[in-house]
Design a protein around this ligand. Structure first.
Ligand code: ADP
Ligand code: 5GP
Length: 206
């Protein structure tokens, strides 16, 4: 059972949509928060750091984590395992923090199943598929084959926008960041079901 006092903000969207860039833009303006660092079996990209961008593990280590029930959620994305460790999330929530996840559409479903009452979800996308291709090429961190896989996945992911509370079209970065800042601040105002039930009882008896 999770001790919930904080709230959750899920960010999804194609790889290259600008999720990391947007989080960097707002992270100092939205109060006490914890950015969940996922575990993955994907190879480290140039410029990435262990424990900062991801915890990079082997498939064997990841599967051990699944067996030991260490993940709040996990999924296979673009042929690699990605998962959210449960322990740090539990701790951050019990401290009343806003927990931010950068996870895919499958992860959003899992998080909503477990923490739906305190979760706000946002789908982030560039204005078009061609712009996504341009940004992935410009970022220069992935091979043409990997980019192709990500583009194919993006076409599927965009079909599921309606599963999210909000859609942000990341055309102008500053403008998109303003929208995300507002959503992040509001996300904190979601109350866990138990807290609402307690409030109703008190309200009736006061
Ligand atoms: P994600 O975290 O969703 O994979 P990134 O934040 O790494 O995406 O952004 C992908 C690339 O697009 C980066 O090179 C980033 O600098 C660039 N980028 C992000 N937002 C914008 C924007 N609004 N306009 C132009 N380029 C952008
Ligand atoms: P990338 O390899 O570009 O860092 O991430 C690829 C995709 O995996 C992105 O859509 C990202 O949101 C997703 N992802 C990253 N971490 C997790 C996670 O812990 N769980 C799930 N379900 N998806 C994740």
């Amino acid at each position: 059972m999770l001790v919930k006092r904080g709230a959750v903000l899920v960010l999804s969207g194609p790889s290259g949509a600008g999720k990391s860039s947007l989080v960097n833009e707002i992270i100092n303006d939205i109060g006490d928060c914890y950015f969940s660092i996922s575990t993955t079996t994907r190879k480290m990209r140039e410029g990435e750091k262990e424990g900062v961008d991801y915890h990079f593990v082997t498939e064997e280590e990841f599967k051990k984590g699944i067996e030991n029930d260490e993940f709040l959620e996990y999924a296979v994305v673009h042929g690699n395992y990605y998962g959210t460790s449960l322990l740090p999330v539990k701790e951050a929530l019990s401290q009343g923090k806003l927990v931010i996840f950068d996870i895919d559409v499958q992860g959003n479903v899992s998080v909503n199943n477990r923490l739906g009452d305190i979760t706000t979800s946002v789908f982030i996308t560039p204005p078009s598929l061609s712009e996504l291709k341009r940004r992935l090429a410009k970022r220069g961190t992935d091979s043409p084959e990997v980019i192709e896989k990500r583009i194919e996945n993006a076409k599927k992911e965009i079909q599921r926008v309606s599963e999210y509370d909000f859609l942000i079209i990341n055309d102008d970065l500053k403008n998109a960041a303003s929208q995300l800042r507002l959503i992040a601040k509001t996300a904190r105002m979601k109350h866990p079901t138990e807290e609402i039930n307690e409030f109703i009882q008190k309200w009736e008896n006061a």
